[in-house]
Design a protein around this ligand. Structure first.
Ligand SMILES: Cc1cc2nc3c(=O)[nH]c(=O)nc-3n(C[C@H](O)[C@H](O)[C@H](O)COP(=O)(O)OP(=O)(O)OC[C@H]3O[C@@H](n4cnc5c(N)ncnc54)[C@H](O)[C@@H]3O)c2cc1C
Length: 477
């Protein structure tokens, strides 16, 4: 390269920000850079898709939401951004209807101590639950684990009935071995007392997140919003490179000098990363201190398989639920999504039931390793066994594996601060999003981390505290 070309390339690099991942966090970072700076975002995305875990999958005209994504945020910045991307007519306002299936009966979720609930529990179980709750309220225990967290809020009997089994299915380890942080972020200040009283006294905006009764939802699923955002990013001069998996990060001193994907090296003034922390540290290689490598390599995740199932009808009748938690012990199914209730536009034919059967697993375990066909047969059999469908009614099915759906809060997670501290020391690196921060961040939190990252890039003072400060309001020590 001639000297002038080299100088030009170096100037361009200074105006480029490399973003790893085209999920909500990466896209938001690119969007913010285009609105607030004269820098050019280049997004490197490992897959052909847009939206990461929050994408929409189109299967034979029926659309699947990987997990069911409610659009709800306490952040006005996030709500404004959503409104800028999609016109109001593309959003539906959906009622949240959700139940827990326990011993063949549907219980309201969030739990409500209505006469109906008491009737389904039966007198002696209801009394046991009430006494357990009062005992926990009178003598709260020190919170060392997720189990302690739940027992303090609901009492032991209700915890064992409605939370223990599902939480263990989700994480693959008992709640007594999980740090309380997940509960703090997942159910925030929700407790039995609040679950009973809040719906009566507080307006929706002020309620705890787990209690919201309505949510916004793009007609064609969450991916509709992320795809629209991606198109606008490209129109405004940003670049999105698909099938571009980052495998190596080149460090020079405490800075990233380049990011390698395939046989290309991408250079920029800074790097915004939403790739999993575990993979990021591996990609940095031997420049990382051994202790940090060691912790990062063992960071726990929970993976996820979802089966999309089109069926003629549901046996219990026309269920109104958006999703149902499966507390039943005799099945592995964790949660059932009723996509046609999320949005009628997700299902191609309005008279059919379009379902998502969610299984939590760990990459490489027996569930993860099953072939797609075998898994679908197994899932159909489970749903038939609990009386939800007749296998003869099934019309179509698909099987999707979602690695690293949940960053885990157990095992070496307790030492995560050492990893964070080291990554913060890499001056031009900004870690954002869910797996990018190894935190149970929802879409809006993931977006907020990206918004804060762009603020930090503009401030250029090396302070990344605000990026990590997102979604910590309910965290416990
Ligand atoms: C079951 C389930 C239900 C959920 N429900 C909700 C909900 O109701 N509401 C809500 O707000 N949130 C919900 N979430 C959370 C939401 O999905 C996440 O917060 C959000 O997707 C995180 O965005 P992200 O950009 O950080 O990560 P991701 O969505 O994971 O995107 C990261 C992107 O980076 C790419 N990538 C990874 N590694 C590399 C690499 N080496 N090189 C290049 N690219 C790479 C991935 O392919 C992916 O596209 C749910 C999540 C799950 C699992």
């Amino acid at each position: 390269m001639m000297e002038t070309e080299q100088t030009q390339a170096a100037q361009q690099d200074k105006k480029t920000v490399i973003i790893i991942g085209a999920g909500p966090a990466g896209l938001t970072a690119a969007w913010q850079l285009l609105q607030k700076t004269d820098m050019r975002p280049v997004i490197l995305e490992a897959t052909p898709d847009i939206g990461g875990i929050a994408r929409t999958v189109n299967f034979h005209g029926n659309r699947m939401d990987i997990g069911g994504h409610r659009f709800f945020s306490k952040s006005e910045e996030v709500n404004d951004l959503w409104r800028q991307i999609l016109p109001p007519e593309e959003f539906l306002l959906r009622p949240r209807v959700s139940h827990i299936l326990w011993r063949g009966k549907f219980f309201d979720y969030p739990l409500a101590l209505s006469l109906q609930t008491l009737g389904k529990l039966g007198l002696s179980t209801a009394m046991r639950a009430g006494v357990g709750y009062l005992a926990s309220a009178a003598h709260p225990r020190p919170v060392h684990s997720l189990e302690d967290f739940y027992i303090n809020r609901f009492g032991r009997p209700l915890y064992e009935m409605f939370f223990k089994g599902y939480t263990e299915k989700l994480w693959g380890v008992p709640p007594s071995r999980i740090a309380p942080d997940w509960g703090a972020q997942r159910v925030k200040g929700l407790s039995l007392g609040k679950a009973l009283l809040q719906p009566l006294f507080k307006p929706q905006r002020a309620r705890e997140v787990s209690l919201i009764e309505q949510f916004h939802y793009p007609k064609h699923g969450p991916g509709q919003l992320w795809e629209a955002m991606a198109a606008q990013i490209v129109r405004q001069g940003g670049e999105i490179r698909h099938n571009c998996k980052v495998t190596k990060i080149l460090l020079e001193g405490n800075r990233i000098a380049g990011v390698v994907a395939g046989d290309e090296v991408f250079r920029g003034a800074c790097v915004v990363s939403s790739m999993p922390v575990k993979d990021l540290v591996t990609a940095m290689g031997q420049a990382v201190p051994a202790q940090v490598q060691d912790i990062a390599s063992q960071l726990p995740y929970r993976d996820f398989i979802t089966v999309g199932l089109l069926t003629k009808k549901l046996l219990p009748g026309n269920l109104k639920d958006t999703w149902i938690y499966m507390q039943e012990k005799n099945i592995k199914l964790g949660r059932l999504q009723l996509f046609h209730n999320w949005s009628p536009f997700l299902a191609e034919e309005p008279d059919k039931a379009w379902l998502g059967l969610e299984y939590f697993c760990t990459e490489g375990d027996a569930l993860w390793s099953m072939s797609a066909d075998a898994f679908i047969s197994f899932a159909v059999e489970e749903l038939a066994r609990i009386g939800v469908i007749d296998p003869a009614d099934v019309l179509d099915a698909t099987h999707i594996r979602v690695p690293k759906a949940y960053p885990g809060y157990f095992g070496v997670y307790q030492d995560f601060s050492a990893v964070r501290q080291w990554l913060d020391g890499v001056s031009n690196l900004y870690c954002v999003g869910r797996n990018g921060q190894h935190r149970y961040n929802n879409m809006d939190h993931s977006m907020c981390t990206a918004i804060e990252a762009v603020r930090a890039i503009c401030a250029d003072d090396g302070d990344k505290t605000a990026i990590w400060g997102v979604n910590t309001e309910g965290e416990q020590a």
